[in-house]
Structures are given as structure tokens and as C-alpha cells.
Write a protein that binds this ligand. Structure first.
Ligand code: PMP
Length: 378
């Protein structure tokens, strides 16, 4: 193909797509590691056998067993659940159903998950930001003041990449001042690690609340691509209008139903207990490393920490095949790297690699709400 024809295809593309920086997923970033701790996956592969064989037929748009089992697990009615290709598709369905391109906006509070902005940009919807406070609580007055034209507010709790829960009183405050104005989507991708904090029980009170869930984390099925949006049936029906005709492949529905059986749920809860133990160990060990300045508490399967020289730490571990996630570019997170809690042996590899690295003083454990950003030079 000539240069000229390549150029003309560029010129044909939508302006916002030409200008879009795609989501830098862990897989796109690559690396040659043998210890993958950069995508908040579960470290071991669960075993499943396919039972469905009817691959000549299209799948159900909303596989009944999956929806019913998820509804039972979440304590909801099946009419309050929509299943999609990961929670990422749920994020996008909400924008497609509620935001007029070129007119409406979404609002989110960095530092947080990157797909809210990428989905909005792709669709041509403004992504408005209100940075979190220094202690990562929501800046409520600033959110309320920024709502003009906002149709959708995304709040991630527990938040990725910081690991903290958002104060439930603050979530209620947002739900109150958005009534009749905007949908509030609470992203609970990691909620299985702190199930008592779910806001699913609030759905009766708030017709404009949506909750995002996934099988990618505690259910150990990131490769399956299966997620859920939970809301009242009126909101779910709107999402049903914009979802693809066959969003879930037959094998996906088959395995998702197995993962949501009583036995699947019991295994998931065992996994959560084991990851939580390993996380406690990892935090204790990180606190004894000279190169670690601050370790933040976590309600999830990852741990964020601030390092005295994070780029050097990242590269040293990368060269040893240990792949972490660099969070330096997020507001307020300079010097921070995120480590997924892997197996105990993988976490030991991390600690063995960190131990010899020099530091600039004592390390401390900090709870998120006492967090004061470091003023140390990097
Ligand atoms: N929300 C958050 C906060 C996440 O961290 C992720 C996964 N990285 C997702 C949503 C998307 O999950 P899924 O794999 O179900 O698309």
C-alpha cells in the first residue's frame, strides 16, 4: 500500500479516534517476565470442562443460568442483572445508553481505573475529572460543583490502583446530590475481597445507581471476559437496548455458570482468604525493605507502595522477570508501583529482589486516611 492511501485512511478516521491514546493494558505493555504481577489477576488457573457442544447455534443474548446464579449470589432479582464481555463492556454500555456524544460528560476521580476515560473518549463524550483529596477520599463539594452536563459518575470502590474503600457516607452524599441528574456507577470489581462494603443493598433506594462487577479477579477468570452490571430493571432495560446481540460466547456462559455454582462460590471464597493472608505477609515484608517509603493498606488483591527510586525499582525487577505496574503518571502517585498479590512464592521473589535495593530512610506503615504525599525528591 502506498503512503498516500495509508494517510487517507488516517484522514477518514474520526478525529477523537485519531487522537486517542488506547488503554495501556498490562498485556499491551508486554515484557518477558515469569512473575506477572501487573494486571491484578489470580496467579493460578482454575480447571473447567466445557459441557456445552451446540456451537452451530448462536448463544443466548443473556444466558439464563449465568444471570440467575449471579442474581442469587448478589441477592438480587434476575431483572436487575445484565452480563457482558467483562466489566469493561459494562462501563461502555453505560456511556452508550446515557451520554450524548459531543454534549454530555462523564465524571470520575483520579487516581483511578483508566477505562472510564478511554471509553468516553472513544465514544466522543467528555471525560471530566475531579481529583481525589490527598487521603483519597472524594472531594464532594468539587464533584457537586462540576455536575453541569454530567450524565454519569464513575466511582471505583475499592479503588484501583490505591486499594482503599470509599467512605460509604460519601457515596451516599454523591447518590443524593445526583438524584434526577446523573447515573452513579460504583465499580466493585474487587468487592469479593471486602464483601461487607458492597452497595448492592442500596439499589432499592436509588434508581440511578449501577454497580459494576467481574469474574476477572476473585473468580480467577480474567481470560473468560465476563462481567456484570447490577441496577434496577428500568436501567437494565436501557442497557439491553445497546448491548451486542450475542455478547457472550457459548463456552464463556458455560464456564461462568460453573464458576457461580455453590461449589464455585466456595472455591472463590477460599481464594480470597488465601490472597488476603499473602497480602498481609507481603505488606509486612515490604515495610522492611529500605527502598520502600510507604506501603498503603489494601482491601484488594494488590498493594500500592511508594518507593525512594521507583523507576529503578521497576526496571530492576523487570530485568529479573518480575513485572509490576508503574503508577507514577497518575495524579498524586509519583513514585508509586502497584504489585498484584500472587502466590506466596511469587511475592517472595519480589521481596528477594527488593531487599538489596538502597533506600533513603525509615519505612512506615500508613493507613490511607492518614496519607500525606511524600515531598522527598525521587
Ligand atoms: N474495573 C476495575 C476497577 C478494574 O480494575 C478492571 C480490570 N482491570 C475492570 C473494571 C475491568 O474488568 P473486566 O476484566 O471484567 O473487564
Amino acid at each position: 500500500m502506498s503512503d498516500k492511501s495509508n494517510l487517507s485512511v488516517q484522514a477518514l478516521a474520526r478525529k477523537n479516534v485519531r487522537e486517542l491514546t488506547p488503554y495501556q493494558s498490562a498485556r499491551r505493555l508486554g515484557g518477558n517476565g515469569d512473575v506477572w504481577l501487573n494486571a491484578n489477576e489470580y496467579p493460578l488457573a482454575p480447571q473447567f470442562e466445557l459441557t456445552a457442544q451446540t456451537f452451530n447455534r448462536y448463544p443466548e443474548c443473556q444466558p439464563k443460568l449465568v444471570v440467575e446464579r449471579y442474581a442469587a449470589y448478589a441477592g438480587l432479582d434476575a431483572s436487575q442483572v445484565i452480563v457482558s464481555r467483562g466489566a469493561d463492556e459494562g462501563i461502555e454500555l453505560l456511556i452508550r445508553a446515557f451520554c450524548e456524544p459531543g454534549k454530555d460528560a462523564i465524571l470520575y476521580c483520579p487516581p483511578t481505573y483508566g477505562m472510564y476515560s478511554v471509553s468516553a473518549e472513544t465514544i466522543g463524550v467528555e471525560g471530566r475529572t475531579v481529583e481525589a483529596n490527598e487521603d483519597w477520599s472524594l472531594n464532594l463539594p468539587a464533584i457537586e460543583a462540576a455536575l453541569d452536563g454530567v450524565k454519569l459518575v464513575y466511582i471505583c470502590s475499592p479503588n484501583n490502583p490505591t486499594g482503599n474503600l470509599i467512605n460509604p457516607d460519601d457515596l451516599r452524599a454523591v447518590l443524593e446530590f445526583t438524584r434526577g441528574k446523573a447515573v452513579v456507577a460504583i465499580d466493585e470489581a474487587y468487592i469479593e475481597f471486602c464483601p461487607q462494603a458492597s452497595v448492592v443493598g442500596w439499589l432499592q433506594e436509588y434508581p440511578h445507581l449501577a454497580v459494576l462487577r467481574t469474574l476477572s479477579k476473585a473468580f480467577a477468570l480474567a481470560g473468560l471476559r465476563c462481567g456484570f452490571t447490577l441496577a434496577n430493571s428500568e436501567l437494565i432495560e436501557l442497557l439491553m437496548k445497546v448491548i451486542a446481540p450475542y455478547p457472550l460466547a457459548t463456552p464463556v456462559a458455560d464456564i461462568a455458570a460453573q464458576a457461580l455454582s455453590d461449589q464455585g462460590l466456595a472455591v472463590m471464597r477460599e481464594r480470597v482468604a488465601e490472597i488476603s493472608d499473602t497480602r498481609a505477609w507481603l505488606i509486612e515484608q515490604l515495610n522492611q525493605c529500605d527502598c520502600v517509603e510507604q506501603v498503603f493498606t489494601s482491601e484488594t488483591n494488590y498493594v500500592l507502595a511508594r518507593y525512594t527510586a521507583s523507576s529503578q525499582v521497576f526496571k530492576t525487577l523487570w530485568d529479573q522477570g518480575i513485572i509490576l505496574r508503574d503508577q507514577n503518571k497518575q495524579p498524586g502517585l509519583s513514585g508509586c508501583l502497584r504489585i498484584t498479590v500472587g502466590t506466596r512464592a511469587e511475592c517472595q521473589r519480589v521481596i528477594d529482589a527488593l531487599r538489596p535495593l538502597p533506600g533513603a530512610g525509615q519505612t512506615t506503615v500508613t493507613t490511607n486516611n492518614e496519607f500525606a504525599p511524600s515531598k522527598e525528591p525521587m
